[in-house]
Ligand binder design. Structure first.
Ligand code: 13P
Length: 258
């Protein structure tokens, strides 16, 4: 079985104009030493409009580039949408699908998330599929079945051979932007559940290589505890990814773990 390399991903969300994106990307490049990149994959996901500018800055640095969303369609009359092949041609190797903000504000259902994942994988993009329960779902103790359903539907019709390009991000909605991170134990338990769900579908070999990362109020102060917990292969970071020092500190923390 292949070793799982840690992945630290920054989701800049709808923040920063082109100039500010260039500045932050340049700072991250300057501060991310080769010692970090030897051990850990570091990814940044700026808003669409900054992708070409950030792509130039990241060229030959080893830092990876991704988008925050894509269309489930190939091309054509879909005003305002961005396709997988456009992302690919702009230099993206990754894309995030099914973020809870897209599920909440843009009504993306599990089947829509699945269609987007199938589309991005077809075009060779590594695909970060986000899952996670709301506060109410945790209160009602239905969070495990919610996660299983999200994972199962998102992975529907994905060929086993494409699973090497899939990453699952567990992002409990109640932990996003709230400062209230899941405890390492809470996160680990769900990562193991996701692992087992993938194992039921694809078997041990493939599930054993699947990266499962955590997102929700990860910061420089809690990164070590979260990243060292069982079956946590990295982090998807919102707020703290907008500060070069914090983001690089978290990447460095990941690179020092076994
Ligand atoms: P915060 O790190 O700001 O909580 O956001 C997490 C997130 O949504 C990353 O995709």
């Amino acid at each position: 079985m292949k070793m799982r390399r840690k992945l630290i991903a920054g989701n800049w969300k709808m923040n920063l104009g082109i100039k500010e994106s260039e500045k932050l990307a340049s700072e991250i490049v300057k501060k991310t030493g080769s010692n970090i990149l030897k051990k850990t994959d570091v990814l940044i996901c700026p808003p669409f409009i900054s992708i070409p500018a950030v792509s130039k800055i990241l060229k030959n640095t080893g830092i990876l580039l991704g988008a925050q969303n894509l269309s489930s369609e190939n091309d054509g009359a879909y005003t305002g949408e961005i396709s997988a092949s456009m992302l690919h041609s702009a230099g993206c190797g990754y894309v995030i699908v099914g973020h809870s903000e897209r599920r909440k504000y843009f009504h993306e259902t599990n089947p829509v998330v699945n269609a987007k994942a199938v589309q991005s994988l077809k075009h060779g993009l590594k695909t970060i599929i986000c899952v996670g329960e709301t506060f109410q779902e945790r209160e009602d103790e239905i969070f495990e079945s919610i996660i299983i359903e999200q994972v199962r539907t998102a992975l529907n019709d994905i060929p086993a051979g494409k699973m090497k390009d899939v990453i699952i991000a567990y992002e409990p909605v109640w932990a996003i932007g709230t400062g209230l991170n899941a405890t390492p134990e809470q996160a680990s338990a769900i990562h193991l559940l996701i692992n087992n769900t993938a194992e039921e579908i694809f078997g041990k070999e493939i599930s054993g290589e699947l990266l499962i990362i955590y997102g929700g109020s990860v910061n420089a102060g809690n990164a070590y505890d979260i990243l060292s917990a069982e079956r946590i292969d990295g982090a998807l970071i919102g707020g703290a990814s907008l500060k070069a020092d914090d983001f690089v500190f978290i990447s460095d923390t990941a690179s020092k773990l076994k």
